[in-house]
Design a binder for this molecule. Structure first.
Ligand code: FMN
Length: 185
């Protein structure tokens, strides 16, 4: 059997396998991807997040955040994001381009219910994330389900680079049913 990285189908399947592993395994590199957005004044912005869900059949991934974090204003202005992962052991760079839907309230109460108390502390900090404070620890964490937001990323494009003995790169698009095509690396 050929190695997974030698075929387009193999690469595409590996992307979703790694993302699924990221959701399930805290030590997986895909657990903590970089999420990039465009700020309301057109600056690129990137930050580490935790990957919470990956659904290969729908090509959807989810990330949780605070409704008052700056990325919400960015995504409201430009509801698009990029997600980046470097899987060093697999020699695999994964880049996703996605449309983003913001889900809150009743739509995400099932996710809130599964969060442990310590996890809920990330949603409800006062003052809001990014606000100036007098001292480093002059803030309070009070879990608030109204501050809990799920970023639902509907993936439109996947770019994969595999750096093995040979370098391979491929692009996959929702628009053509994820058939994929080889790209010069
Ligand atoms: C390891 C790690 C995991 C993080 N996970 C999340 C996350 O899942 N959601 C989130 O909103 N911020 C997460 N953060 C914090 C963000 O990187 C960022 O500092 C915060 O969301 C504010 O970003 P913003 O001002 O661009 O909205 C994480 C940070 C680190 C270092």
């Amino acid at each position: 059997m050929s190695d997974w990285f030698t075929t387009l189908d193999g690469l595409h399947a590996q992307v979703w396998q790694r993302l699924g592993r990221g959701v399930a395994d805290r030590r997986s590199p895909s657990r903590q991807p970089t999420l990039a957005t465009v700020s309301p004044d057109d600056w690129p912005e990137a930050r580490t997040v935790v990957l919470r869900r990956a659904v290969p059949t729908d090509a959807v991934v989810e990330v949780y955040t605070d409704t008052q974090s700056d990325k919400i204003a960015s995504l409201t202005a430009t509801p698009r994001a990029a997600l980046h992962v470097w899987e060093a052991t697999q020699h695999l760079q994964i880049r996703l381009l996605a449309d983003v839907t913001l889900l809150q309230g009743d739509d995400v109460s099932d996710r809130w219910a599964t969060l442990p108390e310590v996890g809920r502390l990330s949603y409800g900090i006062t003052p809001a994330p990014g606000q100036p404070i007098a001292d480093a620890l002059s803030y309070a964490k009070t879990p608030d389900p109204r501050r809990f937001c799920v970023l639902r990323l509907t993936v439109q494009h996947i770019d994969v680079v595999h750096l093995g003995d040979d370098h391979r790169r491929a692009g996959f698009d929702r628009a053509d049913g994820w058939a994929g095509r080889w790209l010069s690396p």
